[in-house]
Design a protein around this ligand. Structure first.
Ligand code: KG4
Ligand code: ZN
Length: 334
């Protein structure tokens, strides 16, 4: 099945063509990033994002079809992120996908953004199949998900406030690093001492599988402000390394607990923060020590992209989860 898919939930406009069935192949995956525009404001400005999606979506789609070397006549289904995300941004992709599906008489397949992130792993590992435990960490989400089957997922833990990527980005901003600072924090951490600072855990100690990144974020930002007030310098590398160590320790604590409730043989990492080299390495070790397989998307599939949406759309289509022209977008996951 050849799927043309769209992703516009935040600050990337993306269209892709994937071929799913006996194999899992990306024919094209075009991503137009708005990061430079939003960096001027220190974060994503929803109204600007919607306008930029409208400006980009036609040309991104044409490029995706050209690169895949297929015409619309050779497409079997249309996939699109319908939730969660910025409502105005989502609506651009949903409206565009809807009009294409209706005008071409093609099935329209709505995809939950977080399921899409998980599906990036199906493209990276052609033999990967549920059940598995997934950690999805991005700028907007941090969720522990029991993936029982391709379209049967249960969120068993999540952040109660900030997302993991958001904590990295907001701390980076106070350190003078442009938005989004996650990738730069990754580079800095490689040269720092992870034991330089003892930062609080983001794992809520109540027996749940939930996180709170807000306390950790505020603790680090308060420290940086205090140091600045006293005119003291600090090592950005040490702060980044200590923060990364605190995040990894928090994640491993909740993963250990999650595995007692949802025992399985495979651990999957996904979402923008899954590009983090320290997290990738630590979770590979964590899984290895438990005799588990560890999967993480290739780096180009970690951030928001339409190929991952197309991969999940295939399984949603098989399960009969299609929509008609009344499809609406939803800002929250429900
Ligand atoms: O999945 P994504 O592209 O968009 C959302 O759905 O939110 O994730 C973007 C997030 C940003 O917070 C960015 O700073 C973070 O992923 N990120 C990283 C790294 N690369 C991207 N965080 C930590 N280390 C990285 N290497
Ligand atoms: Zn995302």
């Amino acid at each position: 099945m050849r799927i043309l898919s769209f992703e516009s939930s935040c600050d990337e406009t993306s269209a892709a063509v994937v071929e799913m069935g006996s194999g899992r192949r990306i024919l094209s995956n075009v991503v137009a990033s708005q990061i430079e525009t939003h960096a001027l404001y220190g974060g994503v400005v929803p109204e600007i994002a919607s306008r930029a999606h409208i400006e980009a979506i036609s040309s991104v789609t044409r490029e995706a079809l050209d690169r895949a070397d297929v015409s619309l006549d050779e497409i079997d289904a249309i996939g699109v992120t319908d939730r969660p995300g910025l409502i105005g941004a989502l609506l651009v992709g949903v409206s565009f996908a809807k009009s294409l599906a209706v005008s071409r008489g093609l099935p329209l397949v709505p995809v939950h953004h977080i399921r899409g992130h998980i599906a990036a792993n199906y493209l990276t590992y052609p033999d990967l199949a549920p059940p598995f435990l997934a950690l999805v960490a991005s700028g907007g989400h941090t969720s522990l998900i029991a993936v029982r089957d391709y379209t049967v997922t249960e969120t068993i833990g999540q952040t109660r406030d900030d997302a993991m990527g958001e904590a990295f980005d907001k701390i980076a901003r106070v350190m003078g690093i442009p938005y989004p600072g996650g990738a730069e924090m990754d580079r800095l951490a490689a040269a720092g001492d992870p034991t330089a600072y003892a930062f609080p855990s983001a794992a809520i100690a109540d027996g749940s599988l939930d996180f709170s990144f807000s306390g950790l974020k505020t603790f680090v930002i308060n420290l940086l402000h205090r140091l600045a007030q006293r005119g003291e310098t600090y090592s950005k590398e040490d702060v980044a390394a200590s923060l990364t160590a605190a995040v990894i320790a928090s994640v491993e604590k909740k993963l250990s607990l999650a595995l007692t409730r949802f025992p399985c043989r495979t651990l999957v990492l996904a979402g923008g923060v899954s590009a983090n080299s320290h997290l990738r390495r630590s979770l590979a070790d964590f899984a290895g020590e438990r005799g588990m397989r560890f999967c993480v998307p290739s780096r180009d599939l970690c951030g928001d992209n339409a190929a991952m949406i197309g991969a999940q759309a295939y399984y949603e289509r098989l399960a009969g989860h299609t929509a008609d022209a009344s499809l609406n977008a939803s800002a929250n996951g429900g």
